[in-house]
Design a protein around this ligand. Structure first.
Ligand SMILES: NC(=O)c1ccc[n+]([C@@H]2O[C@H](COP(=O)([O-])OP(=O)(O)OC[C@H]3O[C@@H](n4cnc5c(N)ncnc54)[C@H](OP(=O)(O)O)[C@@H]3O)[C@@H](O)[C@H]2O)c1
Length: 275
């Protein structure tokens, strides 16, 4: 049964088991939205669901690998069976492959594109029919790396440039169907992102090389993201440092590559510094 707009919206989030996805789920739970939470680590999703249900939200958790054909279609079927419709889809699942070109393999690039680009496309194709019916909202997680790609992170930069291109093309395309698109481009936000290895596995003992004071707390970032989604903004850059980098890149495009090449002289090994 489909419910009307005055009732809670149904929000589907990929990559909800940690970081930005989990923080978005918490924010939506505070406003009693119904939630469909997807990720590979089902144990994490289950404990998050228990927390969110205490806030009064109805939560459906489904194990889902965005790399696997069929997983998203099945998740959407289950979501519609339980909630009747889907109003907001947040294609958030992603990770970063770090390394210089000559240290990486073709497979490393393929793995990165599979999750960050084709995983997003799978999410869109699986949910678009429902979003058209609900005149809903599609949210894509881009990055400052979708504006400027730095040495040591070409796979990740390629993947986020692709997402920015996708958003730019489909925002006007989907408008005619009543589906709005919001591209979120964060700078450094607290999460497990920089503790995930090149194979896409979380490594608990890995150190995040970006100092905590540079990173925006996840709950603050999630609030800003949801404000932009509510206003149906086509694009939102999250973090002040992210906005500054984008401005410098736009008006002084030589500056960041020059700084990056000076950085390269002092370190021969790339670190997980993607944003
Ligand atoms: N944090 C930042 O500084 C930052 C900056 C710019 C952009 N971003 C973007 O924000 C998004 C979220 O990242 P985060 O910072 O929150 O990192 P995170 O804490 O590592 O979370 C990543 C999420 O993606 C999920 N995921 C990864 N591969 C998946 C797959 N194959 N199938 C399903 N889910 C998968 C993970 O869940 P499972 O491992 O349980 O599957 C996890 O829930 C990413 O797209 C990232 O590129 C982050």
């Amino acid at each position: 049964m489909r419910h009307d707009r005055s009732q809670q919206s149904v929000v589907l989030i990929t990559g909800a088991s940690s970081g930005i996805g989990a923080a978005l789920a918490r924010e939506y739970a505070h406003r009693k939205s119904h939630l469909v939470l997807l990720a590979r680590r089902i144990d994490r999703l289950q404990s998050l669901a228990q927390e969110l249900e205490r806030l009064g939200s109805q939560v459906l958790v489904i194990q889902c690998d965005v790399n696997r054909d069929g997983d998203l279609d099945q998740a959407v079927q289950k979501a519609v069976k339980k909630f009747g419709q889907i109003d907001v889809v947040i294609a958030n699942a992603g990770f970063g492959v770090a390394g210089f070109l000559d240290q990486l393999t073709f497979e490393d690039y393929r793995r990165q594109m599979e999750t960050n680009v084709f995983g997003v496309l799978r999410t869109i194709y699986a949910t678009l029919g429902e979003l058209k019916k609900s005149h809903g909202q599609l949210v894509l997680l881009g990055s400052i790396a979708g504006y400027i790609s730095l040495p040591g992170s070409s796979p990740y930069g390629m993947s986020k440039f692709a997402i920015h291109a996708l958003a730019q093309s489909i925002t006007p395309e989907l408008k005619k169907d009543g589906v709005s698109v919001t591209l979120i481009a964060p700078g450094f936000v607290e999460s497990e992102f920089r503790q995930v290895d090149n194979l896409g596995h979380f490594v608990a003992q890995a150190q995040d090389p970006i100092p905590r004071w540079v990173q925006m707390p996840t709950d603050r970032a999630a609030k800003k993201m949801i404000r932009a989604i509510d206003r149906k903004k086509p694009i939102e850059i999250i973090t002040a440092h992210g906005k500054v980098i984008v401005l410098i890149q736009r008006y002084f495009p030589g500056v960041v590559p020059w700084l990056a090449s000076r950085g390269l002289k002092v370190r021969s090994q790339p670190k997980k510094t993607e944003l």
